[in-house]
Design a protein around this ligand. Structure first.
Ligand SMILES: N[C@@H](CCC(=O)N[C@@H](CS)C(=O)NCC(=O)O)C(=O)O
Length: 211
């Protein structure tokens, strides 16, 4: 029995797929094209009513969603893969802290930056909102950057947090104008190291072929 991961290339599905690969868990990737707006189609909303990817069907049947929760769940279900410090490990506090920070403080801004017209009808106002969301994402990624221990996010070593943080840094809001190359050097080094990993590396290169 395999996991079924619903997502698109270069989306939040990346870090879930990379976590599955690191865990050595069998999975199938089912494409939900954001370009075709398939995430909003009734068939997909039957799986995830919020109309967003990723969604993960567990081998035993139920659907789970919310990227940070999926990373924690996979770490819990595949402890041998050391995706996160285990409960009781002193490093776990920082792992959960920064996963939650990215999930709560950064990820919701991505919808505003990507789809400002969902929030404001007026085109000019929407363009201002898009810029404001991008700036807020950048400001919060700087907070995350400052927390990186190096060479991985946690001094504990490689974790699912690296997959999550590096993914945000590849998205348009951080990438455009070369902003992330100047401002996110530690997360950039994590991204470069991820691309070299035997399990997560090929997943990284498929989702983010431009690096
Ligand atoms: N809260 C969700 C957010 C997921 C999310 O925003 N996914 C984006 C792709 S990275 C998406 O599906 N966007 C399409 C849309 O909003 O219509 C999570 O943490 O998984």
């Amino acid at each position: 029995m395999a996991y079924i991961l619903y997502g698109d290339k270069g989306t939040g599905a990346f870090c879930v797929e990379a976590a599955l690969a690191e865990a050595g868990a069998p999975y199938e990737f089912r494409e939900i094209s954001l370009d075709k707006n398939e995430q909003r189609a009734p068939q997909f909303r039957a799986l995830n009513p919020s109309g967003k990817v990723p969604a993960l069907q567990l081998p035993e049947g139920p659907i789970a969603t919310e990227t940070a929760a999926l990373l924690i769940l996979l770490a819990e279900r595949h402890p041998q893969s050391r995706l996160l410090p285990a409960p009781g490990d002193p490093a776990r506090a920082q792992a959960l802290r920064w996963l939650a920070f990215l999930a709560a403080e950064v990820y919701p801004m991505v919808e505003i930056a990507d789809y400002p017209e969902r929030f404001l009808d007026d085109h000019t106002a929407a363009a201002f909102l898009k810029r404001a969301a991008r700036d807020r994402i950048r400001e919060r990624m700087l907070v995350a950057e400052a927390a990186v221990a190096g060479p991985w996010f946690l001094a504990w070593g490689f974790s699912a947090l690296d997959l999550y943080a590096a993914m945000f840094s590849r998205w348009r809001e951080c990438r455009s104008d070369g902003w992330r190359d100047i401002h996110l050097p530690k997360i950039g080094a994590i991204a470069a190291a991820l691309a070299q990993r035997s399990a997560a590396g090929p997943v990284w290169n498929r989702h983010f072929p431009a690096g």
